[in-house]
Ligand binder design. Structure first.
Ligand SMILES: Cc1ncc(COP(=O)(O)O)c(C=O)c1O
Length: 383
């Protein structure tokens, strides 16, 4: 695949490419500027050619494809009856909260966090408890487990929204860290809503571990949300899967969605099946390209803008840039938007501690990344 190809997206009502003014290079919303795998495009073409789009069941065999994938990649045995579909992971964890919490209950998550994590508890009159990740001496983000447990105890937390791999820091939690999360949640009867949307985008030979795959006891308190959306760049189709292995949790989740949230659209699931079935080779190639982009970015920042601190993302195509060393008089997002015409994510949207940060999406042709860095460093040179 030629991931260097520059494909016009401004003509496609893309949120990423049409949010800012035309001359701004968008490096924000988490989708990639690459065409999806050829097999996905072919499956969609074939289904569109049929020409009738009446109500449908999920494609035959999709459950088996996902179940086999979980077994092969993670040694996780999840039966097809334990897999269901939702039109997006944000929808999924909102339903999860609705299923397990009562108004007034508390929900915990690590910060900085993907912005909808802050909004979801508000929708159901729940209290948010923020457990901050802190940079260690090597500059990597770590969990303070003691504080995590104390916060759960003090606030009688009912649900934990786990994000693994973590957006925006790019951490891929180790098995040992996941075991600590699980042990604490089991001790305090906290349901884990595990957002694993970025699980296929991991680097340096790391392996993703679904928290529910740790053991049967942990599986009983988990709802796991996965999707082909980031992996195969089909986020706009809204196909995601939920894996729940406890019958009582399944019942609650079904009740929370009934009459409100249907399965994803027919084309979404056609694409999902094709992606999981035949996208493997494309995925291997895109991962090589993304890892090289990540490495180039880290090196270029160190060379051109050394005052910006970044920990090397272990997964995701997102980099969380600490711009506090630039000592700007405004948010770095505003500065780079106005002075460099580069559109990054506003760090404050990921929590209070993100205010001097921006998030940069490197899922784009290298040429775009180079232009963004050149414009950012030129803008800084002028002050
Ligand atoms: C951690 C995380 N969860 C969920 C989503 C969005 O999921 P969806 O579009 O399926 O609702 C994103 C997108 O950036 C994300 O980073």
């Amino acid at each position: 695949m030629n991931f260097d190809e520059m494909i016009d997206r401004q003509s496609t009502e893309s949120v990423k490419w049409n949010w800012f003014e035309k001359d701004v290079l968008p490096m924000w919303v988490a989708d990639m500027d690459f065409r999806s795998p050829p097999g996905v495009l072919q499956a969609l073409r074939e289904r569109v050619e049929h020409g009738i789009f009446g109500y449908g069941f999920p494609p035959k065999g999709l459950g088996e494809v996902i179940s086999n994938r979980l077994a092969t990649l993670y040694g996780w045995q999840a039966g097809t009856k334990e897999i269901s579909y939702v039109p997006g992971i944000v929808t999924g964890f909102n339903l999860g909260l609705r299923a397990v919490c009562e108004p007034g209950d508390a929900v915990i998550f690590n910060t900085p966090a993907y912005p909808p994590f802050f909004k979801a508890p508000l929708s159901f009159a729940l209290k948010s408890v923020e457990n901050p990740l802190a940079r260690d001496v090597d500059g990597q983000y770590q969990v303070d487990f003691e504080r995590f447990e104390a916060q759960i105890r003090e606030n009688k937390v009912k649900a934990f929204i786990l994000c693994n791999p973590q957006n925006p820091t790019g951490r891929v939690f180790t098995r040992q860290e996941l075991e600590q999360f699980a042990a604490i949640c089991l001790r305090h009867q906290v349901t884990i809503l595990s957002d694993e949307i970025h699980c296929d985008i991991i680097y340096d030979g790391r392996k993703h571990t679904p928290i529910a795959s740790l053991d049967a006891e942990t599986a009983k308190i988990c709802m796991t949300f996965m999707a082909p959306s980031k992996t195969f760049n089909i986020a706009g189709l809204h196909a995601s899967e939920v894996i729940i292995q406890d019958p009582e949790l399944t019942k609650r989740f079904c009740a929370a969605r009934r009459g409100i949230v249907e399965d994803p659209g027919l084309l979404a699931l056609v694409a999902a099946k094709a992606a999981y079935e035949i996208g493997g080779e494309w995925l291997a190639e895109v991962l090589t390209y993304l890892q090289a982009n990540r490495d180039w970015l880290i090196a270029a920042l160190a060379e051109k803008i050394p005052a910006v601190k970044v920990s090397k993302p272990e997964g995701t195509f997102l980099a969380w840039l600490d711009c506090s060393g630039l000592e700007l008089k405004e948010s770095p997002h505003q500065f780079f938007l106005r002075e460099a015409r580069v559109g990054l994510n506003e760090g404050a949207d990921f929590g209070a501690e993100g205010k001097d940060h921006v998030r940069l999406n490197f899922g784009t042709p290298r040429a775009n990344l180079e232009t963004a860095l050149a414009r950012m460093s030129a803008a800084l040179a002028k002050i």
